[in-house]
Ligand binder design. Structure first.
Ligand code: RBF
Length: 164
C-alpha cells in the first residue's frame, strides 16, 4: 500500500477512474513558485496520465495561497468544470501570517465547494520549512500535486455516478 512506502503519490495498487470525460481547473499560487510549479507539473501530468484531454485542463495563476479561494470561485463561475484543484505552498515564517493564510485557504476552499456544489481540492502544502515542502513536491514523500489530481478525478467521477 502507498502509505507503507511513505510516498502517498504511488497509486500503482489503486484504481483511478478514467478522466476522459471531465474538465478540470487548476489554480496555482505564485508564492514559493519553485514548489508550486512542481506541484503543478505533478497534477497536470497526472490528469493527462489518467485520460484527461489537454484542452479540458484550465490553468490560472493567483498571487498567493490566500487568493486560491477567489481564483477557484471565479473559475467555477466562468468555466463549466467538474472539479478545481488549488495548489499552493505556505511556509512558516516568523510572524502569524502562516496561521491566518492556512486557515483562510482551508475554510475558503471548503466554502467554494459548497457554494458551487463542485469538488474543490486542497493541494496546499503547509510546512515548517522549505525542505519539508521540497520533500512533498516531487521529493522523497512524493508529489502532493499528483495526489490532488487523483482526488479531483475520484470526486468528479463520484459526482458523475450520483447524477445518473
Ligand atoms: N502566500 C503563499 O502562498 N505562501 C506563503 O508562504 C505566504 N507567506 C506570506 C507571508 C506574509 C508575511 C504575507 C504578507 C503574505 C504571504 N503570502 C504567502 C501571500 C498571501 O497568500 C497573499 O497573496 C497576500 O497576503 C495578499 O492577499
Amino acid at each position: 500500500m502507498a502509505t507503507q512506502l511513505k510516498n502517498l503519490s504511488d497509486f500503482s495498487n489503486t484504481t483511478i477512474p478514467n478522466a476522459g470525460a471531465y474538465r478540470f481547473g487548476i489554480v496555482v499560487a505564485e508564492w514559493n513558485a519553485k514548489i508550486t510549479g512542481a506541484l503543478y507539473e505533478g497534477a497536470y501530468q497526472s490528469l493527462l496520465d489518467n485520460g484527461t484531454l489537454d484542452e479540458n485542463i484550465f490553468t490560472y495563476t493567483v498571487p498567493g495561497s490566500f487568493e486560491l479561494t477567489s481564483g477557484a470561485d471565479l473559475l467555477l463561475q466562468h468555466k463549466n468544470l467538474d472539479a478545481v484543484i488549488c495548489l499552493g505552498c505556505v511556509i512558516q515564517g516568523e510572524t502569524r501570517h502562516f496561521d491566518f493564510i492556512c486557515a483562510a485557504v482551508a475554510n475558503g476552499v471548503t466554502n467554494v465547494a459548497v457554494k458551487h456544489l463542485k469538488p474543490v481540492i486542497f493541494g496546499v502544502l503547509t510546512t515548517d520549512n522549505e525542505q519539508q515542502a521540497i520533500d512533498r513536491a516531487g521529493g522523497k514523500y512524493g508529489n502532493k500535486g499528483v495526489e490532488a489530481a487523483v482526488t479531483a478525478i475520484k470526486m468528479a467521477d463520484l459526482a458523475n455516478q450520483l447524477k445518473n
